[in-house]
Write a protein that binds this ligand. Structure first.
Ligand code: BGC
Length: 768
């Protein structure tokens, strides 16, 4: 029989935290979150002293938002209850993992199995030793199921143990509907969403079930006389259901009971085995193996663990928040982070998850149209921050680092998100060839965002199209004109809306006839869109080959960031908001983001000149910034620099040197780790007729291997710079085109295709 507490033995899959460090506890809890895209449970200690303990085992539930009329943000995530609470006393003394508790606590995140376990030996007041083990998962196979196990072994004599299990935080943000011993049903106060939880908990001593005292809803106590060597096993299963229908709560409570009964019938061992098997599938489709650089390997594993934990292919009504389901920051709101920093990973390794995330944007089209209309434009302007409905949820104000109240303008001015979403839709279409998605949802997003930009651009007396008063990715400069990133993405968006219209008209004329009629898009209107796109100001100076990040940017104060090396706070704190706005210092990749996303629109000279200009002016005040720099550095052949960016992106969450990450994993930075490795260093890109690879690996990497999907095919790529060769194997699907270093090959099922690389990918660094 499976030992529930078994874990992977290979260290590369484990993230181990020892002891209890109050300074780092909240960061550890973030890192050690288990999540399945529906439920996320932070890595709190397995045992607590009592209610109000410092380390809440917080649970986040995707899509569980409430509206807050008059609040600082119109929509906030409602945290679910902590269902892992256990209080243990031994001979009347509490046993807890906290500072001074005298135990050798070890918490291990087993990334391969998607589980967190703890182990410690705990001396008791009456001179005995308790050997304690715990385990928690949220099932990747049945996303509504959470499972917890605790095992206690008494050594050195006999004692009386009491174990109390309860839920905490049931009163946070809910109206109670039903509270029974094993079932609770709540509603969010304003949005009236239903949350139903059914739970079963039991305790055995050497396999014999012990009766529980019921102390109240979800609250049980067991008292046992434990003898030397006895094995005391506590188990708890929960089934969590969110229902957005506001009519009745009956469905949710019924589903919670049924899910729980099914999970209990399968039993803990099967639940855990199925969960691990599902994780195995995910790893097989996404694992990146790096030989020669254990730190980079760990960075990738950690990033992939959280990326695979964040998405739910079965729910197209939710997206991934900026901190996924690992923390409170940003209230669970979704930004462009998802489309630009996460979708590449999902599109290439988990298209079902990518599709669900894009469907969330499709469901948000109504709100995006309303936002555009309310601001006087046509088409769809997506919310800068959104929750469940797609409405704008950016808070109106916040407290700046200087303690002053600052008005937040991103909710009205940061509009590039609409083009970013269209971009992700098109990449998904190219990568998957998912005709149903394109015809039923994707085309409408592309057309409505294209229509927005066509109305947003004003053609002025200089006969150029301008987009005035926006915020680009660099949020240190607000209300600027002709942000190069926004304009380039807007043009790209309009042109791809036109391409979509032409594609539909040619290949699926009936679909096009219906869609264009429903959206009232005429041929005459489309004809004007191309004029708008080609008139758009780009900000590119023909002589210097530089893009002006926005109109007037190049005249601003040029501050040497090198003089501030070693600072521990962002540059806007160092310089203050007013001065930074008058300087060329950037919060994050802006022109560099444009180079990363639209490389085919710029020449190698432009790429090089702009990277050289903008990189030293960037303060990386956003966790997203390094991803773009790493991708561009790699494409320029600067593999060592790209690797530095990869490490820095990873360290935001993985290293303890950064600010506390109590508020959650910076999931976009983790998406960036994958982007730098695969889009940058392996040089993967999409072509209409297949995939292309341009490898350039850092010297330490002996090899890089990864899976990737393209239009229903599953491929495995191995880059072997030591022997200057690339191996590609088509594991499923029909022959396809594979371009390596600019040469076309046909990849067929069967033995791998071995391609000699023109030079060792290591050499290009030396040459560059
Ligand atoms: C960044 C945005 C990002 C947001 C959420 C901000 O600090 O400037 O680009 O979308 O954080 O991650």
């Amino acid at each position: 029989m499976t030992d529930l507490f078994d874990q992977t033995t290979e260290p590369a899959w484990l993230l181990t935290e020892h002891g209890y460090d109050p300074l780092r506890q909240s960061s550890r809890e973030t890192r050690q979150t288990v999540s399945n895209g529906f439920l996320g449970v932070r890595g709190a200690a397995a045992l607590t002293r009592g209610s109000g303990a410092a380390a809440p085992g917080r649970t986040f539930i995707a899509g569980l938002f409430d509206t807050m009329p008059g609040g600082s943000s119109p929509s906030v995530r409602v945290p679910g209850p902590d269902w892992l609470r256990v209080r243990l006393t031994c001979g009347g003394e509490p046993v807890a993992h906290d500072p001074g508790a005298g135990s050798d606590h070890k918490m291990v995140l087993d990334m391969r199995h998607g589980q967190v376990s703890t182990a410690c030996r705990h001396p008791t007041a009456d001179g005995l030793q308790l050997d304690l083990k715990s385990l928690r998962i949220v099932s990747l196979k049945q996303r509504r199921i959470g499972f917890q196990a605790l095992q206690i072994k008494v050594e050195g004599g006999a004692t009386e143990l009491t174990l109390e299990a309860n839920f905490e935080g049931l009163d946070l943000g809910f109206c109670e509907e039903t509270q029974e011993q094993n079932l609770g049903v709540w509603r969010t106060r304003a949005s009236r969403k239903t949350l139903a939880i059914a739970s079963r908990a039991w305790l055995t001593v050497d396999g014999r079930t012990v009766d529980a005292e019921a102390l109240g809803p979800f609250h049980w106590r067991w008292t046992v006389k434990a003898l030397e060597g006895h094995l005391i096993d506590f188990r708890r299963i929960v089934a969590v259901v969110r229902d957005d229908e506001i009519v009745s709560t009956a469905r949710a409570s019924r589903e919670a009971r049924v899910e729980l009964a099914a999970a209990c019938a399968r039993g803990p061992e099967t639940l855990v085995t199925e969960h691990i098997a599902t994780w195995d599938e995910r790893w097989s489709s996404s694992d990146v193996v790096i030989e020669g650089d254990p730190a980079a390997q760990q960075a990738l594993r950690f990033a992939l663990y959280h990326l695979n934990s964040a998405a739910n292919p079965d729910d197209g009504t939710v997206s991934i928040g900026a901190r996924a389901l690992t923390g409170d920051d940003y209230q669970g709101h979704t930004f462009w982070d998802t489309e630009i920093f996460l979708l590449p990973f999902y599109t290439f390794t988990w298209p079902e998850a990518a599709r669900a995330l894009l469907m969330y944007r499709f469901h948000g089209l109504g709100a995006a149209r309303a936002k555009a209309t309310s601001m006087g434009w046509s088409g769809a302007l997506y919310a800068w921050e959104s929750a469940d409905s797609g409405e704008e949820t950016t808070p109106a104000q916040w407290i700046g680092p200087d303690r002053r109240v600052v008005t937040i303008l991103t909710g009205t001015l940061e509009q590039h998100v609409s083009a970013d979403i269209a971009y992700a839709v098109w990449q998904y279409w190219l990568a998957t060839g998912d005709v149903d998605f394109l015809c039923d949802a994707g085309a409408e997003i592309l057309l409505e965002t294209g229509r927005f930009w066509a109305s947003r651009v004003s053609i002025e007396p200089d006969r150029r199209g301008h987009i005035r008063n926006v915020i680009g990715p660099d949020e240190y400069h607000e209300g600027v004109d002709d942000n190069a990133y926004t304009n380039a993405m807007a043009r790209w968006n309009i042109r791809h809306a036109l391409e979509t219209a032409a594609l539909l008209a040619k290949r699926w004329p009936m679909v096009w006839a219906r869609l264009s009629a429903r959206l009232a898009i005429t041929d005459e209107a489309l004809a004007t869109w191309e004029d708008v796109a080609s008139s758009l100001a780009t900000g590119l100076d023909a002589e210097s080959q530089l893009f002006a990040q926005f109109d007037g940017y190049l005249d601003l104060e040029d501050i040497d960031l090198a003089a501030y090396a070693g600072r521990s706070v962002p540059m806007d704190v160092v310089l203050g908001r007013d001065r930074i706005a008058q300087s060329q210092v950037l919060k994050q990749a802006d022109v560099v983001a444009l180079l990363a996303l639209l490389p085919e629109t710029v020449s190698p000279e432009i790429l090089e000149a702009n990277f050289a200009y903008y990189e030293p002016r960037c303060g990386h005040g956003s966790s997203l910034s390094r991803a773009m720099h790493g991708v561009v550095a790699a494409r320029l052949g600067q593999a060592e620099k790209a690797l530095t960016y990869l490490r820095q992106s990873s360290d935001i969450d993985l290293a303890d040197t950064h600010v506390a990450i109590a508020g959650g994993i910076h999931i976009a930075a983790q998406g960036g780790v994958w982007m730098i490795a695969i889009l940058g260093l392996a040089g993967l890109s999409l072509r209409e007729d297949g995939l292309a690879l341009e490898p350039r690996l850092p010297a330490a990497w002996h090899s890089l291997a990864f899976p990737v999907q393209w239009q229903g095919r599953q491929l495995r790529v191995l880059i072997d710079p030591v022997n200057s060769r690339l191996e590609a194997r088509l594991e499923a699907g029909s022959p396809m085109g594979l371009w390596v270093e600019g040469h076309r090959h046909v990849l067929e099922p069967g033995p791998p295709l071995c391609i000699a690389l023109s030079a060792s990918p290591h050499d290009c660094e030396m040459a560059g």
